[in-house]
Design a protein around this ligand. Structure first.
Ligand code: DC
Length: 221
């Protein structure tokens, strides 16, 4: 199977770019952030403090998280409920970042990610795909952009959905998540040694997609 790992900070455009590149290459696209978001949503629903490692860890015994691909589109299920929309709420982002620092959560989601990659040609995106989940991926990409540009992209997305957030709130949130994601003890966000670095600051979406496809083609040619 061909496995492409794409890691990078929040808002770098990983999901949009990876989804489009996967479509062009005929691979499935796996968004692993959705899994951490589902665990975060479960904590929010049950009023469990998302930074409480013990309680969040204990909650894992009662939940199932699954990914299903409906016509190539990923849906995430929490205890059998399709939570693909709910996981995109802003509170789910911070909850996901918090629960993702808990080792039991990462262990809980590990096999699921490995199994999908073992059975499918895929582009998998996340924070630790090239470093931890798929260290043998044929292609590893670290996709990033300046934080103000990432925040602006996220801000526009949220505004389009009718959200009342301010740009500053989005930027502050993103900086906190960047800090959390790259400073946690377990599987912190960092480029794999053998990754191709792509900085999309100032690039159009089309240019970013082409840069990813080019990197994949160069590695697997
Ligand atoms: O990519 P995203 O914004 O949907 O991810 C949500 C959170 O999940 C992010 O703040 C960090 C965490 N995450 C992770 O720790 N490891 C992954 N492979 C994917 C996401």
């Amino acid at each position: 199977m061909i496995n492409v790992a794409i890691d990078g900070p929040a808002g770098a455009g990983k999901s949009t770019v990876a989804r489009a590149a996967a479509k062009k290459l005929g691979y499935i696209y796996v968004d692993t952030g959705a899994l951490y978001r589902a665990v975060g949503v479960n904590a929010l629903r049950n009023k469990i403090e998302t930074t409480d490692a013990e309680k969040v860890g204990a909650s894992l015994a009662d939940i199932t998280v699954e990914l299903k691909f409906v016509q190539g589109v990923q849906h995430v299920f929490l205890n059998g409920d399709d939570v693909s929309e709910e996981i995109r709420l802003p509170e789910a982002s911070m909850a996901a970042s918090n629960v993702s620092a808990i080792p039991a959560v990462r262990a809980f989601l590990f096999d699921l990610q490995r199994d999908i990659a073992a059975k499918n040609d895929c582009i998998m995106d996340g924070r630790d795909i090239g470093t931890v989940v798929l260290p043998d991926a044929q292609v590893k990409i670290f996709l990033t952009a300046d934080d103000e540009e990432r925040a602006m992209r996220r801000y526009k997305e949220l505004k389009e959905k009718g959200s009342e957030v301010t740009f500053k709130e989005v930027l502050d949130d993103l900086r906190i998540r960047d800090y959390n994601d790259s400073h946690r003890e377990i599987a912190p966000l960092k480029p794999a040694e053998d990754s191709v670095m792509i900085n999309t600051t100032g690039m159009t979406l089309e240019e970013s997609i082409n840069a990813v496809i080019k990197a994949v083609k160069e590695k697997i040619a």
